[in-house]
Design a protein around this ligand. Sequence first.
Ligand code: ADP
Ligand code: MG
Length: 239
Amino acid sequence: MEPSISINNLSLSFGSLDVLKDLNLDVGQGEFLVLLGSSGCGKSTLLNCIAGLLDVTGGQIFIGGRNVTWEEPSQRGIGMVFQSYALYPQMTVAGNLSFGLKNAGLPKAEIQERVNRAAKVLQIEPLLNRKPAALSGGQRQRAAIGRALVRDADVFLFDEPLSNLDAKLRADLRVEIKQLHQKLSNTMIYVTHDQIEAMTLADRIAIMRGGQILQLASPNEIYNRPANKYVAEFIGSPT
Ligand code: ADP
Ligand code: MG
């Protein structure tokens, strides 16, 4: 499988705190990769490096074969969804979805078409004229996903997009995200600390700890053949 994203010897420090340590990771074209690890292990930092929101301390990041390590975020062809919805409160859902496209100078008709397509996929068409305050948590998160979708990106980065939602909604949206991926077949890196989410969504899971990847394998393999005791306990394998 042609790697869509290659991360080579990536390191990142905040002052004297080494958060990512010589990290290597290849993500295949169209793969749904889940980064799983407990709070503070560096998951968000890694996503932010891939998105170009943080400058790396060392190493390289390739997307689609191109070295993007020092490219601006907007040049990288990425759509990102954060844990907090980060919608603009003063704009309608339609305004939120089209904002980045207007800034990028896309023609009006093209913007309209992309917004309508994303709204249809996410079933938020009736909500396009509402402001975020008038939406439920799940509707807001769909709108946030919509904002990433309209970018028509090859790569999506999701940072714990469901962790602020209640259990029922989380389960529902999990299914929707999986279906969305099957429909779009884009490359996905999805960060979570939730083992069940990882097991149900992932083609492969990367278990992360202390800024490094301990094991990268299918959910089945990780469950049945955990690389070490930490992975076994974290994933809840039978011992
Ligand atoms: P995760 O997303 O896995 O919970 P993070 O990537 O957010 O972990 O954080 C990894 C480590 O880096 C933590 O120890 C966190 O406190 C630290 N950290 C994150 N962002 C910053 C920052 N801007 N400045 C200093 N330390 C940070
Ligand atoms: Mg995080």
